[in-house]
Design a protein around this ligand. Structure first.
Ligand code: ADP
Ligand code: MG
Length: 592
């Protein structure tokens, strides 16, 4: 964010926002209070979509149906059975949880467009269910819903209810903001586009997606509950697929990547709809839902102009918040050192076939403790495939791999990472909008425990402080301290590779797998990397290194394994390998 003026006043932004909110019911006309209530209700739903769609990349058209569950649950229970609205809220949340888990469990484990499709189907069917069941009042709906009571006060007046609606909206804003800035938040931000990487660091992506879906559904349900007690009447119309699309509009228009985007989007859409509904019929001389057409056009124009929605544009006009230093905290505890000498990793007759292509052909080698072993060979020799077999990203066709004497060939990447094998990727896999610190902290995912609930309530701060301190230590160790708060995508590619090393270090690995870490580095940076590897080695790390730069490899490794068409061509000390006629013929000769 260079070039922007920073100001400590920025921290007061939320306070100013709250102050303005409080002024609305105190000083404004009824019209604005009503509008404010709707913006609050919609913001709560849109906040869920910010997390679900904007950050995690999962699209749902069915949020209005969850709003309907919250509204209908309290409508039925309070009018038919005279139950307390607060009890009904709990029932509505339980019902929503059951439904969201069912839908999420079925659709979110599948890749592709199953979730959007399922949410459309679910949104439409629930709408017709509301409309066609006499028990639910059919299309005429349910009237006579009682007003809420809070601290003995009856919230019959919209101005009173305003405070409850916005109290809940602000709590949702705070909680969602907290989630984004936490251990699960980093993982959620990696779901869109960096799934493979996230899983390699121990993120259970399928489970996390379901949790995010549930989070969004629960917020929608709460909004529906409030809606029912604001209107004191429900019918199916506001819970149909049209409204579901409108909620998605709000999140996208506001800026689906930021919590403030939800409020901005809900405000813009609500205001615009109000204005257009008044202006268009007068202009066109007849009534109809013309505002939908105008919305569609405006949305396309907006997305051409600003992909990220309106909030980032507004934010650019505001002063940037000063960068807060990482607070000092004890780093996370380290794993106990691996006992004894001998082989740390044993690769035994490992084979990998992609259809008819044999990428790794019955390869056998071992890595000793505290050794830097180079794995070299021409392009396509099978080095990266070997990496992916060790880290569990690919299943073996035959053979076995043991780590610390334990077979790991059938374990998930998650389990292998937990045992202490850290890796970098040949094609850099960072979450580019996320800071270097957060990217590196994602490496420590398996060393933390905080989940979405704990993070939302800000009960994760002690652990989070330790995770950040650990990440900052790893960043210092690789010499990128001055970049820690930069978005990782802003760094040159060579430095991004080094960030990957820091992220692997944050996992506290015993064995580090580095796939072409020196690619894209300048001469001095390569020397620094070599020094770093030796430093790591002297502190007990074992390294498996794939690299094309022969000077670098010869200078830093203890031993080399040479691969050629998936087979082992030679193995030995760098000096011997350089002299090996077979290697010179197949590989080094060509390079020299
Ligand atoms: P290296 O890293 O040594 O350059 P790779 O391990 O990337 O080589 O590739 C080894 C061989 O396996 C190449 O011929 C490559 O095309 C093939 N290969 C790698 N990954 C896949 C895959 N997922 N599906 C099919 N073929 C693959
Ligand atoms: Mg490769």
């Amino acid at each position: 964010m260079s070039g922007r003026w920073t100001s400590p006043l920025r921290a007061a932004g939320p306070l100013i926002f709250v102050a303005v909110l409080v002024c609305v019911p105190l000083f404004m006309r009824q019209f604005w209070v009503t509008l404010g209530n709707y913006v609050g209700l919609y913001s709560i739903v849109a906040l869920g979509l910010v997390l679900l769609t904007g950050v995690a990349g999962q699209t749902s058209f069915g949020q209005a149906a969850f709003v309907g569950i919250g509204a209908y649950a309290t409508a039925i229970l309070s009018t038919h059975y005279g139950l307390s609205p607060w009890l009904n809220l709990i029932v509505g949340l339980a019902l929503t949880t059951a439904l969201a888990l069912c839908i999420g469990f079925i659709t979110l484990r599948m890749k592709g467009h199953y979730l959007p499709l399922a949410t459309i189907a679910w949104g439409i069917s629930l709408y017709f269910l509301f409309g066609n069941l006499d028990y639910l009042g059919g299309h005429t709906g349910i009237t006579g819903i009682p007003a809420l009571h809070l601290f003995g006060l009856e919230l019959r007046n919209e101005r009173y209810l305003y405070f409850l609606i916005w109290g809940i909206a602000l709590a949702a804003l705070w909680a969602t903001h907290n989630v984004l800035d936490s251990r699960p938040g980093r993982a959620i931000r990696a779901l869109r586009g960096q799934l493979e990487m996230a899983e390699a660091f121990g993120v259970d992506a399928a489970r996390l997606k379901i949790i995010v879906f549930l989070y969004a559904a629960l917020l929608a349900c709460i909004s529906g509950w409030l809606y029912a007690h604001l209107q004191r009447f429900v019918n199916p119309t506001p819970f149909g697929i049209n409204q579901g699309i409108e909620y998605l509009f709000m999140a996208v228009v506001g800026g689906a990547g930021s919590v403030w985007g939800a409020v901005v989007g809900a405000s813009i859409i609500t205001l615009a709809k109000q204005v257009l509904q008044d202006v268009l019929p007068a202009l066109l001389g007849k009534s109809g839902n013309f505002e939908i057409v105008v919305f569609g056009v405006l949305m396309v124009l907006l997305l051409q102009w600003s992909r990220e929605g309106v909030w980032p544009l507004l934010a650019r006009l505001l002063p940037a918040a000063p960068v807060m230093p990482v607070r000092a905290a004890a780093p996370l505890p380290m794993r106990a050192a691996v006992a004894g000498g001998g082989a740390l990793l044993e690769v035994n007759a490992v084979r990998k076939q992609f259809g008819g292509l044999v990428a790794v052909a019955d390869l056998t080698f071992a890595i000793r403790q505290r050794e830097i072993l180079g794995l070299i060979g021409p392009n396509g020799a099978g080095k990266s495939t070997m990496f992916n077999l060790i880290s569990g990203a690919l299943p073996l066709t035959a053979g076995s791999i043991r780590f610390c004497g334990q077979p790991i060939s059938n374990l998930t990447p998650y389990a292998i990472a937990r045992l202490g094998i850290g890796r970098t990727f040949q094609h850099v896999k960072l979450v580019s909008q996320m800071s270097v610190l957060d990217n590196v902290a994602l490496g420590a995912y398996l060393r933390g425990r905080s989940g979405v609930l704990r993070a939302a309530l800000w009960l994760d701060r002690v652990e989070e402080g330790r995770v950040r301190a650990t990440a900052l230590n790893a960043i210092r160790r690789v010499g990128l301290e001055s970049y820690w708060h930069e978005p990782a995508g802003n760094l040159p590619l060579g430095k991004q590779r080094i960030v990957e090393i820091a992220r692997a270090l944050a996992a506290d690995p015993v064995l580090l797998l580095l796939d072409e870490p020196a690619a894209g580095l300048r001469f001095l940076e390569k020397q620094e990397l070599a020094a770093l590897l030796r430093d790591l080695q002297s502190s007990g790390m074992t390294v498996l290194l794939v690299e094309h730069d022969m000077d670098f490899v010869m200078g830093v490794t203890d031993r080399l394994v040479v691969m050629h068409f998936g087979e082992k061509l030679a193995e030995g000390a760098p000096a011997d390998i350089q002299r090996d006629p077979a290697v010179r013929n197949a590989y080094l000769g060509g390079v020299a």
